[in-house]
Design a protein around this ligand. Sequence first.
Ligand code: MV4
Length: 447
Amino acid sequence: MIKKILIANRGEIALRIIRACKELKIPTVAIYSTADKTSLHVRFADEVVCVGPPSGKDSYLNIPSIIAAAQITNADAIHPGYGFMAENDSFVDICNACGITFVGPSADSIRRMGNKSVAKETMRNASVPVVPGSDGIVNSEKEAKKIAKEIGYPILLKAVAGGGGKGMRLVNDDAELDKAFSMTRYEAESAFNNPDLYIEKLVTGSRHIEIQILGDKHGNIIHLNERECSIQRRHQKLIEEAPSPIMTTELRSAMGTAAVRGAMAVDYYGPGTIEFLVDNDRNFYFMEMNTRIQVEHPVTEESLDIDLIKEQIKIASGEKLTIEAHEPKMHAIECRINAEDPYNDFRPNPGTIESLHFPGGHGVRVDSHIYTGYTIPPYYDSLVAKLITFAPTRDGAIAKMQLALEEFVIEGIKTTIPFHLKMMQNPDFIAGNIDTKYLERIDWKSL
Ligand code: MV4
């Protein structure tokens, strides 16, 4: 059993984890950087330890400081949240060596999914559909051209150490390939210390639909349906929902069982997400696996009436799965409220919250760490609140979202609320006619 959890994160997710720990009656330790001294996770945790100066690499990514903080406070587990240490396999090895339970998957699962080419091969072997492309890494322009000829242009060059849209380049023909190959290799080497590339045929007009899975340490894995995440901008998700407006029972079952097979192949435990591209004919293709709890986990929680963070902690302490897979009960939508100016290319806009009112009522959830007088530090990501609404139907959830956005007052900073208000009234969104390129095609301001 876990006796005390150190939360190696900040912001809304740190608060979310503290709430789950309180329900489970597990004491918490917050770590914080000097820039986060006045943050709510510091206020609501049972114990706190300052781990360094503002910069992420000196604080929330500073492994010796985090481990020392756990040892000083006798925390026997570390919850990484998302980002920071969440998908760092060496950190998991270090936790294990120190006798600390990492609240997440094994180092080995993280490693096997972290290399995108190995992950794809693992999925293919588990009979999960993958996009046609190279068998593993491609070592030369010549080899790349040979594969491009077989599968046909356009192709994507992808860095094996990339992911989430990083280290990817579109190539339309042989002429472009020569330059693109060496450039993408060079960029991958600089960004990830690994130049290796693999090739995929470009899938167009597709949606980003991901399957939530949950495994325990006894070999049981279930899937908890899908999330539709196609409303993105520069690989940053802005709106997520569960279920997907295009989902059918048959497709859900096919994608869900494929996701479970893939997770089984890496002996996965904890919550994880298998991302798929789904084309217009409802063919689905594995993209990558996220070996962490994700930002958008609340839409799954509200659609199914479960608490994924509590389940994650119970799994880490060795309990068997107790929840059962079931079809969605409710439709849930999440709007990410960022401290960004949507009228100015979504430029980050940190500052002080002068006045604040959170929306509420039946079917409205706000996950946020901000309060009146709080100054958003400029060092971290710009997420200030997740607004989730849920209702028996999609139209009901959209209607509630619009009212909740209208009621939401945040003064002192610019936020993405005006963007979300437009989207909730946008006929394309209301009809579910969206894909991953939707926001590139339209100018949201003229909606
Ligand atoms: C693709 C693709 C089209 N074809 N792969 C971007 C993030 C990473 N998960 C994989 N990504 C893509 N891979 C093939 N073969 C299009 C994307 C993509 C994308 C995927 C999901 C959500 C938004 C996206 C935006 C641009 C490109």
